[in-house]
Structure formats: structure tokens, C-alpha cells
Unconditional design. Structure first.
Ligand SMILES: Nc1ncnc2c1ncn2[C@@H]1O[C@H](COP(=O)(O)OP(=O)(O)OP(=O)(O)O)[C@@H](O)[C@H]1O
Length: 231
């Protein structure tokens, strides 16, 4: 679907992403993992096409266009608009006509009861759910999630993960950033480990126990501790 070839990204002379190569195949569910400042969000923006590599390429291997749903870490919502107005606005903008899909999404995310509320009166978790709904409203082929589950209660997180898993099984491709082991182990098929702008490892989720033992000996910054926090 997408091939990253020696992607490097610099900002103000600082190298934020160093020479990353990798392939994202249709139906993948990849978790980008690593300490704060490792470059995960920057890599996700490069995959989304929101940033351009300083060198190297990010190539769409399909002939047909890929629709991308990018859910940023920062909420991109309008305080004085209702939940319903947000959804209607983005439905129109993305020309989404599959009402069944949109209704299912509203149901799963528990947004039904807050449709008439303004964003300013939503709880933090609710606002995050609306942020996710907007990013996914057009049934994207490639779903890119940057910390989409922060502050979401456990029951809703379970429903969201089940739904994302279902979309993944229907053919959607998922690349997500999460520090939450519950999220990673529930849906990720593989992990890409970033540290200091480099892709230092990638492995199938089935190897996570073995990798946890290995990273016990890793001398890098926070990775050992991050794995240690896994139950
Ligand atoms: N617009 C920018 N200008 C300059 N430096 C930036 C910019 N955006 C990010 N950086 C720097 O790039 C590095 C990687 O940031 P990035 O947000 O990609 O990391 P991250 O792994 O997603 O971190 P976190 O887990 O904290 O979200 C950091 O050192 C950050 O300070």
C-alpha cells in the first residue's frame, strides 16, 4: 500500500526522522511505539502526507487513490458547534453518503446522547471520541491514529477497539500511536519501535514477550522502563 524508502525529515537543521524504510501493507495494524520525542507523530504526519520528507520517499504502491483518515493528538473541534453539526459538516465535506456506517459509528462511540450538545460542554473523553469520529467519517482505507484513546473510559475504549478491529478485518489498514498496552495488545498485529528518530526494531505482536525480555537489556533512554510497565 505504502512504501517508505530511506525517509529522513529535518526541521530547523534538526534531524527528526532518520533514514526510515518500511512497508505498510493493506490490512496491517501497526503500532508505533517509543518514548516521548522519539518521532512517532512526525512519522505519522509523513505517512499521512501532511509533511514531506527532506530526503527519501513515501510511495503509494497502489494504482488507485488511498483515502486517509488522520486523527491528530490535538483535538480539532469548534467549541460553539454541536456534535451533530460537526458530523454533518464533515459528512458533506467528505461526500459520505453511507448513513449506515455513520450511524454505527455514532452508536459505537456513544455519541448518540450528546448529538445536540456544543463541544464546549463535552467531557474530555467525549470530545476525543468526536475527534475520532470525524477522522473516520469517510470510511478511510488507511486509518492513522495519534493517541486517539487518551482519556476515554474503559467501556468505550473496548467498543472503539472492537470496532477498529472490525474495520481492519474488512480491509482497512491501521497505523496508530499509543502508549497503552491494553490498546496495543488488543488490535496491533505488529510493532515498530522508534527511538531518537530511528526505527530501531519491528516485529509481529506475537514476539512481544521475547522483545520485552530483550529490551530489559536495552541501554537506550526509556524503552527498558516502557516495556517494564507491561504486565
Ligand atoms: N514543528 C516542529 N519544529 C521543531 N521540532 C519539532 C517540531 N515538531 C516536533 N519537533 C521535535 O521533533 C521530535 C519528535 O517529536 P514527535 O512529536 O514526532 O515525537 P513523539 O514520539 O510523537 O513524542 P510524544 O510521544 O511526546 O508525542 C521532538 O524532539 C520534537 O521536539
Amino acid at each position: 500500500m505504502l512504501a517508505l524508502n530511506d525517509v529522513t525529515y529535518k526541521r530547523k537543521k534538526k534531524v527528526l526522522i532518520k533514514d526510515i524504510s518500511g512497508e505498510i501493507k493493506q490490512g496491517d495494524c501497526i503500532s508505533l511505539f517509543g518514548p516521548n520525542g522519539a518521532g512517532k507523530s512526525t512519522l505519522l504526519k509523513l505517512i499521512a502526507g501532511l509533511e514531506t520528507p527532506s530526503s527519501g520517499t513515501c510511495v503509494n504502491e497502489n494504482q488507485e487513490k488511498i483515502s486517509i483518515g488522520y486523527v491528530p493528538q490535538q483535538l480539532a473541534l469548534f467549541d460553539h458547534m454541536t456534535v451533530r453539526d460537526h458530523l454533518t459538516y464533515y459528512e458533506k465535506m467528505t461526500k459520505q453518503i453511507n448513513q449506515r456506517y455513520v450511524n454505527e459509528m455514532i452508536e459505537v462511540l456513544g455519541l448518540k446522547d450528546v448529538l445536540n450538545l456544543n463541544v464546549e460542554s463535552l467531557s474530555g473523553g467525549m470530545a476525543r471520541k468526536l475527534n475520532l469520529a470525524i477522522g473516520l467519517i469517510h470510511e478511510p482505507d488507511l486509518i492513522l491514529l495519534d493517541e486517539a484513546f487518551v482519556g476515554v473510559d474503559l467501556a468505550t475504549k473496548h467498543d472503539m477497539l472492537t470496532w477498529l478491529h472490525q474495520l481492519n478485518e474488512q480491509g482497512a489498514t491501521n497505523v496508530m500511536i499509543s502508549h497503552d498496552w491494553h490498546v496495543i495488545e488488543h488490535i496491533a498485529q505488529s510493532m515498530w519501535i522508534l527511538d531518537d528518530g530511528e526505527l530501531i526494531d519491528r516485529f509481529p505482536i506475537a514476539q512481544v514477550d521475547q522483545k520485552q525480555r530483550e529490551y530489559g537489556y536495552y541501554t537506550g533512554r526509556d524503552l527498558r522502563k516502557m516495556f517494564a510497565l507491561r504486565r
